[in-house]
Design a protein around this ligand. Structure first.
Ligand code: AMP
Ligand code: MG
Length: 528
């Protein structure tokens, strides 16, 4: 069989246009006055592509036959480069759990290059887990298979849900064990290692801007901001004070809309440090994330955050705002220290969040949001009930569309809703639920649309299949036993989350009892 053509149209704007580190070693160190450091991925013994996103490959103009080509495994495993690739690690800082942490940087990620897509745009290809960089600090630069499977699958699942996100092209099994103390209890053990090839127009984070600003390096901050404006926000006009103001406004709005989207699908990021917030408003850095099974605003998947719950489900919108405020402070030197610029961005955030969240949740109920019809109250009352009952979020919303096409409001709790409880509701909760359903059903009659059209629109915003934690864990357990077919199946099913796929109904179930407290299914550590 002929070898499929390797991609060759790479460019390297980040390296060509921005100051880099003169030191090319990977000795961990502070890197001052530079936005990146060169890195060569560290080779692995036996790279094998064990999962591959054909849909992304197609968008990138990559021949699908590359998946089975040993040359591809070599490149995506960090053992070789395609012509034109020139890897680097980016330098950034971040606020971690509310504290400024100083320089962090890509400690285990290397950007290989920017590939020109058939549509003319460019996408960065980045390996995560390809070995140490100048920013690895005490880390080994590697990633374990379980967290890599989770990042690979969730990136593609989020994309299919329509949530802005970095993508994942491939999952490579490296053949090199990685030692991790999964529970932080002193029991470090070897686990299979893996590398994900992530893809995005840019992996720039809030932290890339915060670091030069915190160091008082205004020229470097300006260089980076001007680059970002030129490359990714040309509509904001020529770099300068106004464009910088516009950038903050735009990032505020995008972040707010992203938070509304996360809330609407029940996604909890888990580590919303400013180094994990994308300047493009993408979901980035899938670590100890999780999906809401039983509805709970207080839930966090991240065991490291279990005490404070800073990044719990219900806090995400406020933390998004907090992070935008930190970005705003970082950009102050570019707007003559005018704090009103930051205040205006915060106002934009609040308006954008409320608008997007009400619109998304109303759409989940089949409604065109209308404050005059007390839709705000209807939503509030629903959230209260969801929180009190702890009903399965995905199953609850998915159960509504069939009720819209019924001839009458529900007289009791429909079986599809009863089946979504994890614990039986009290009589009062059941009555409140029925009353709410009746109010909601009556409200749907005042939409100027056919019930069938409303139901069809609801099915396009209430997913049937989300990457529940326990589903990913089952696939991970199989992968550890050498069977990647479950990963493949999840990739396939999650690519069409809104479609009924009756042969995959077992993937649309609420969390089974055995998974309730099983590590990976309920809570995850940051160890990855
Ligand atoms: P995270 O919160 O997982 O996005 O990571 C926070 C920081 O730690 C980033 O700078 C990462 O590059 C770095 N990091 C995480 N794991 C490792 C590792 N195994 N080796 C080196 N750096 C790491
Ligand atoms: Mg990160």
């Amino acid at each position: 069989m002929a070898t499929p053509p390797a991609p060759h149209s790479f460019r390297r704007r980040f390296l060509d246009e921005l100051p880099g580190d003169v030191d090319t070693s990977t000795a961990p160190r502070p890197v001052v006055g530079a936005l990146w450091s060169r890195v060569q991925p560290t080779p692995v013994p036996a790279p094998r592509v064990v999962a591959w996103s054909s849909s992304l490959a197609q968008e990138l103009g990559l021949d699908d036959a590359l998946r089975g080509d040993p040359g591809t495994a070599a490149v995506l495993g960090g053992n070789a480069l395609w012509p034109g690739m020139d890897p680097y690690a980016a330098n950034y800082g971040g606020q971690q759990f509310g504290q400024w942490a100083g320089q962090l940087g890509d400690g285990r990620a290397s950007v290989l290059g920017e590939l020109q897509r058939p549509d003319g745009g460019f996408s960065e290809l980045q390996l995560k887990g390809a070995g140490p960089t100048a920013y690895s600090r005490r880390g080994d630069g590697r990633a374990v298979l379980r967290s890599s499977i989770r990042e690979f699958l969730c990136s593609e699942a989020m994309h299919a849900l329509g949530v802005p996100t970095t993508r994942a092209l491939s999952l490579v099994h490296t053949g090199q064990p990685v030692v991790r103390d999964m529970f932080y209890d002193g029991n470090a053990a070897p686990e299979p290692g893996a590398i994900v090839c992530r893809v995005a127009p840019s992996f720039l984070r809030f932290g890339n801007f915060e670091l030069p600003s915190a160091r008082g390096d205004v020229p470097l901050l300006r260089t980076l901001t001007d680059f970002t404006l030129r490359q990714f926000f040309p509509e904001l006009g020529a770099p300068g004070r106004d464009a910088s103001t516009g950038l903050l406004q735009e990032v505020a709005a995008r972040t707010a809309r992203l938070m509304a989207h996360w809330q609407a699908v029940g996604f909890v990021h888990g580590v919303m440090n400013t180094d994990n917030l994308s300047i493009l408003g993408l979901t980035i850095d899938y670590g100890p994330y999780g999906w809401i099974d039983d509805f709970d605003f207080g839930w966090t998947p991240n065991t490291t955050d279990a005490a404070n719950r800073r990044y719990a489900f219900g806090n995400q919108p406020a933390i998004g705002a907090w992070n935008v405020a930190r970005l705003g402070e970082a950009l102050l030197p570019l707007v003559d220290g005018d704090e009103q610029v930051v205040e205006a961005a915060m106002a934009t955030y609040a308006t954008a969040y409320t608008g997007a969240a009400t619109q998304r949740f109303a759409a989940k109920l089949g409604l065109t949001f209308d404050a005059a019809q007390a839709d705000g109250q209807l939503l509030q009352d629903l959230f209260t009930w969801l929180q009190q009952t702890g009903i399965d979020m995905t199953l609850f919303f998915r159960a509504l569309a069939p009720l819209v096409v019924a001839d009458a409001a529900p007289a009791g709790l429909p079986p599809s809703i009863t089946a979504a409880f994890y614990r039986a509701p009290t009589d009062e909760q059941a009555t409140t639920g029925v009353t709410w359903l009746q109010r909601w059903w009556q409200r749907t009659r005042r939409e100027r649309r056919l019930a069938a059209d409303i139901a069809a629109a609801m099915a396009r915003v209430n997913p049937k299949y989300v990457l529940r934690n326990w589903l990913a864990q089952v696939a991970i357990d199989a992968a550890h036993a050498g069977d990647f077919s479950k990963v493949e199946r999840l990739l396939h099913v999650m690519a069409r989350p809104f479609d009924d796929q009756p042969e995959h109904d077992d993937l649309a179930q609420k969390r089974p009892d055995w998974a309730r407290n099983k590590p990976g299914c309920s809570a995850l550590s940051c160890s990855s």
